[in-house]
Ligand binder design. Sequence first.
Ligand SMILES: [Zn+2]
Length: 247
Amino acid sequence: MRDNLVVHGIILFQSAVGENDKRFVILTRERGKITVFARGARRPGNQAMALGPFAVGEFEVYEGREAYNLVKSAIKNYFRELASDPGKAYYGFYFLEFAAYYAVENADETELINLLYVTLRAIERDRMDINLIRRIFELKVLAIEGEYPNVFECASCGSKDNLNAFSFKRRGLVCDKCRSDDDMTDVSGSCIYTMHYVITADTAQIYAFSITDEVKKQFMYIVAKYLNMYVTHDFKSLEVLESIGLK
Ligand SMILES: [Zn+2]
């Protein structure tokens, strides 16, 4: 007898298999990032026909030799509004791919799932400039994965005073005594506060703040350049975003 298992999460990718089937990559609370095969999912009338990227809910599966197999699903949000707006959808695909890059099988990915959910809601509801949402999301993923820059003390001497510059080379803030001119940018107290907030705030509250244009510019510049230097993976969805002029 096979043991069915109910997992909760979000579909990151789908691909067609054979004539009638689909394969999904699902980020789940219980099993981390898993591959789920759905037999007959491309046949009209099949319950899994409507499933695709962004679908959030419950999936009943059983373990096969190489992947899990889908039995049935109960979807709580398809994010259809987002999926039907190309500008938003491409950002959404990028967020899914970015999360997929960090997620692994058999790990607890609850925080990453929660972050994706609030992020997709934020773009669906135009809660903030979509480019700012993107930079907040990226920094928060780095925070969840423990790869974030040191914005709590001087990355060179550990001092908590006179922090007025961010060093890309030293991966964090540097104090006035330690600053040199190589690869560094000035940073305001408000921008430091914003980085603290994104890194430490509860995921549900992550988009519940506002900043001035000046702080936004600084924050976005630092996150963008930091990612450029330290996250070297080529994201396919990012190439698409850039090719349609939406970066
Ligand atoms: Zn220092």
